[in-house]
Design a protein around this ligand. Structure first.
Ligand code: ADE
Ligand code: ZN
Length: 351
């Protein structure tokens, strides 16, 4: 497989920041790793807190923003779960999702597969239906307004017992709503994928797609478990795979998509700085790497800021950026007809 990272032999075609921003905005793409709760911007957090008279530990947008200093995944999750307390009504979930769609559309996102964490909300007394209906209504509206297609992936919180995940899935199956798939997120270390074998089996038997966060902070063995025991189709993050050459070969030959989130990895100190990120090495190893934003309100940027950060750190040329866009479409769960249309849009936009 051809590497996407080219040596800077020719003069760089998109050297200026303004040109890069314009180029990326016009480049159609899919987003495959995005937690809708992670798009809650401080401004919306504050206004929803006021709407519902909820006391936050911060008193201004600036205070909220300055609290976003993380040492590792758990220090982020502690703040993230605090923030989501302001999400109370179907309207809140609608507003949150609509704001993300508008923002993503500006970045050229034409198809998005969105994670949501229902247990985060049901655990604090918000009905599953409130969450689901608000998000689904916004996605339907987004398709009409923006032509953006989407799917919803229900994530189980791995720090909670597997029985809670199974109850959540059974409730979701009864409720319907045309879910695209299930995933696994939250605290990784100490919560290996194997514990969720049955719930993933059940989801697969219902025809749902399956993905899991693995190898973000956790060891390569968690990636193997996600593949062998949960039978996942994509790995979310997966950056620690490079520690295990046999696993790299397996991921390479199966072309298993890895939904990498570069700004997230730096913000959560998986890598000290972008120049130390292993995305270029993953790419050279022939892995099916995609670029995504994870929790953009917390990590300093939406999808194009992730593309731009990788471009700057590894001096990618236009062809490499286009390849990433094509890969995002290929690795999506969109129907084949939609994938073909999106690939055509990419060709039209860049030729
Ligand atoms: N939930 C939201 N963002 C997450 C991440 N980066 N890893 C695990 N769980 C998450
Ligand atoms: Zn994530």
């Amino acid at each position: 497989m051809q590497s996407l990272v080219h040596p800077p032999a020719e003069p760089f075609m998109i050297a200026e920041m303004e040109n890069l921003t314009k180029f990326l905005a016009a480049l159609p793409k899919a987003e495959l790793h995005l937690h809708i709760e992670g798009t809650l911007e401080p401004e919306m957090m504050q206004s929803l807190a006021e709407r519902h008279s909820i006391e936050l530990p911060w008193h201004s947008v600036e205070e909220i923003r300055s609290a976003y200093q993380f040492d590792h995944l758990q220090s982020f999750l502690d703040i993230y779960y605090q923030g989501t307390r302001v999400l109370q009504t179907e309207q809140d979930f609608f507003d949150l999702t609509s704001a993300y769609l508008d923002r993503a559309h500006e970045d050229g996102v034409r198809h998005t597969e969105i994670f949501f964490d229902p247990q985060n909300h049901t655990e604090r007394g918000i009905a599953y239906e409130v969450v689901l209906d608000g998000i689904l209504a916004a996605l339907a509206d987004g398709e009409k307004r923006l032509g953006m297609t989407s799917g919803l992936i229900l994530c189980f919180l791995r720090h909670l017992p597997a029985i809670s995940a199974m109850e959540t899935l059974e409730h979701a199956l009864l409720r319907g709503g045309n879910l695209l798939g299930v995933g696994l997120d939250s605290s990784e270390l100490g919560f290996p994928p194997a514990g969720f074998r049955e719930v993933f089996e059940r989801a697969r038997s219902e025809g749902l797609h399956v993905v899991a966060h693995a190898g973000e902070e956790g060891p390569p063995q968690y990636i193997e478990e996600a593949l062998d025991i949960l039978n996942v189709e994509r790995i979310d993050h997966g950056v620690r795979c490079l520690e295990d050459p046999a696993l790299v070969e397996r991921l390479r030959s199966a072309q298993t998509p890895l939904t990498v989130c570069p700004l997230s990895n730096v913000k959560l100190k998986v890598f000290p700085q972008m120049a130390d990120h292993n995305i270029a090495a993953m790419d050279r190893a022939g892995l099916c790497v995609t670029i995504n934003s994870d929790d953009p309100a917390y990590f300093g940027g939406y999808i194009n800021e992730n593309f731009a950060a990788v471009q700057r750190a590894f001096d990618l040329d236009q062809a490499a950026l286009v390849q990433y866009a094509i890969r995002s479409v290929d690795a999506s769960f969109a129907p084949d007809t939609r994938k073909s249309a999106l690939r055509e849009e990419i060709i039209q936009a860049t030729s």
